[in-house]
Unconditional design. Structure first.
Ligand code: HEC
Length: 195
């Protein structure tokens, strides 16, 4: 039962792109006290109900404790250092909606991004996203920018975990918007390998 719950949590974690350290911290905090409790020598038999209470108790305590870990709490943005010469304001707007949530220095953090472990997940997407390409650090070379059109065409960006369950509906691109955006990006320098 507990194993099933554990496996299910990891599966959900992978699906939404949890950073690896989250499994270690959360896993240790929940697994260790639960196992200690379950295997501790005792006179009478341990009932399933009691084991479950121990598991959920450890989970609740863990959720409280991890709120004190600072990672993901700093929601300040670095200064904007230049942007591509967008071919039109409309191209920029579509990019802002769909991509600036992770690839810019104008990230707007939703309220739930203050709650661990969601805050860790959000922060790790933004850190990794900015590392790949930051459309507001245009004063330095953004190595992966030339993949921009490609990732939109093949549908890998924005990532599915971002728009899943109806989250960020304003950031999901319709087919018409994708066509429009790609035309706009073809006319913007630096968005594909041929520029
Ligand atoms: C929820 C955050 C998020 C959003 C929104 C997002 N990205 Fe990304 N992006 C990432 C992350 C994380 C990576 C690096 C790891 C990966 O590939 O998943 C990445 C990688 C990339 C790369 C590097 C190539 C690659 O496939 O690894 C490009 C180019 C890119 N994104 C463009 C975009 C564009 C264009 C949009 C908008 C249409 C967008 N991204 C929206 C998080 C995001």
């Amino acid at each position: 039962m507990i194993v099933v719950l554990g496996v299910a949590s990891v599966a959900v974690g992978v699906l939404i792109g949890m950073p690896p350290f989250a499994y270690i911290i959360i896993g240790l905090l929940i697994a260790v006290p639960t196992l200690v409790y379950v295997y501790k020598p005792r006179e009478n038999v341990l009932t399933n109900a009691k084991a479950l209470v121990a598991f959920f108790g450890a989970t609740a305590a863990t959720l409280l404790i991890i709120q004190f870990i600072p990672y993901g709490k700093d929601h300040s943005n670095p200064p904007v250092n230049g942007e591509p010469a967008w071919s039109s304001p409309r191209t920029r707007k579509l990019m802002v909606n769909a991509c600036f949530g992770c690839h810019s220095n104008s990230v707007e953090y939703p309220a739930y991004a203050s709650i661990a472990p969601i805050s860790w997940m959000v922060q790790s997407h933004i850190d990794k996203g900015r590392e790949e390409v930051n459309y507001q650090e245009w004063n330095s070379r953004q190595g992966e920018a030339e993949e921009t059109i490609e990732v939109i065409e093949d549908g890998s960006m924005p990532p599915s975990y971002y728009t899943m369950f109806g989250k960020h509906p304003e950031d999901r691109l319709t087919n018409a918007e994708i066509t429009e955006l790609i035309a706009g990006l073809l006319a913007t320098e630096g968005m594909n390998e041929n520029d």
